[in-house]
Ligand binder design. Structure first.
Ligand code: SF4
Ligand code: SF4
Ligand code: SF4
Length: 310
């Protein structure tokens, strides 16, 4: 009975995390387009000119946003409360900053302005409390990698796939190299090194202008690596944000929890299914993203999400 309840809990977590990531994806598209709306409002303030400069789709979006923001006040002013691109956004005027973006600014010698520092509060607090929860619940690129990992599992019934694991140090190296490159050449380097930043750019450009920007090819490389080298290769070995969040959340109080007496000695299901190679059977929690996959598969229902390991 408790095993069924445990599995249902896991499936619920999986469904909710998928819905949450889908919502974030839609939100990011909207915020990016609203940023463009603000620019066009400032530049033209005229739907016909918007169509001439950016096309029919943008005109429709411009007019829709105009009507929507007018409900709450002066459109241009209300629009300023929302906007940004993937790693620095504003929601109801509250800023959210990507930790890698903040580090990148430090590397460039810019220092942090109060909005950037304030924007770090929520992401860092989330990591300290819930570990890599960003990866399973928020990251706009993780749905892509989740889908590829499912494809890989399916195809591995018929074909051989290697399991290449260079280790976490690769991602630390990419973070250090990316910061150095950003300091020398600018932030553009992150569109090629951060999968979710690339995803944001691709979505925005394809929706707003109907074109595929260069980060699309970076995403294709990440996707191919996930398919050919090992399961969730990009998230486990390449993404600098993943390793940084894992480090910040290594002592997160809320994480995967095991009821040891009900665990089966011969079983290994949770370890095998974990996309981040966490080993809940040994009460390891470093890199846990609270995705729920292990909870859903545990035959005795002895895994749950809660405070610390029992
Ligand atoms: S490791 Fe990076 S790309 Fe993967 S889910 Fe986490 S933030 Fe997204
Ligand atoms: S241990 Fe792995 S499978 Fe289980 S919730 Fe954490 S990340 Fe997901
Ligand atoms: S899935 Fe993991 S926690 Fe559950 S019984 Fe098997 S080894 Fe134990």
């Amino acid at each position: 009975m408790s095993d069924t309840i445990g599995r249902k809990r896991g499936v619920r977590l999986l469904i909710l995390s998928t819905l949450s990531r889908t919502a974030v994806l839609l939100l990011l598209c909207t915020l990016a387009l609203w940023t463009e709306y603000s620019n066009l409002k400032l530049g033209y303030n005229n739907p016909r000119l918007v169509e001439l400069s950016s096309g029919r789709m943008m005109r429709l979006f411009y007019e829709g946003s105009d009507a929507f923001f007018s409900l709450f006040g002066e459109p241009a002013q209300v629009a300023r409360e929302f906007g940004g691109m993937t790693w620095s956004i504003r929601l109801f005027g509250i800023p959210f900053t990507d930790p890698v973006a903040a580090l990148s600014l430090l590397a460039r010698g810019h220092g942090w302005t109060p909005p950037i520092a304030a924007g770090l509060i929520v992401p860092v607090a989330l990591a300290l409390l819930f570990g890599r929860v960003f990866c399973a619940w928020i990251c706009p690129a993780s749905l892509l990698f989740f889908t590829i990992s499912r494809m890989r599992s399916l195809l591995s019934r018929f074909f051989y796939f290697p399991d290449f694991s260079p280790g976490r140090s690769t991602a630390w190296g990419i973070l250090a190299g990316g910061l150095l490159a950003a300091a020398l050449y600018g932030h553009g380097v992150w569109t090629l090194l951060l999968p979710y930043f690339a995803m944001g750019q691709v979505l925005f450009q394809s929706i707003a202008f109907g074109t595929l920007p260069p980060p699309f090819f970076a995403l294709a490389v990440f996707a191919a690596a996930d398919l050919a080298l090992s399961r969730r290769f990009t998230c486990r070995h390449l993404c600098p944000t993943g390793v940084l969040l894992g480090f910040l959340g290594r002592k997160a109080p809320v994480t995967i929890r095991r009821d040891a007496p009900r665990c089966i000695a011969e079983c290994d299901s949770c370890t095998l299914v974990c996309p981040f190679q966490v080993n809940p059977k040994r009460d390891e929690t470093l890199d846990c993203s609270i995705c729920g996959e292990c909870v859903a598969i545990c035959p005795t229902g002895c895994l749950s999400v809660g405070r610390g390991a029992s």
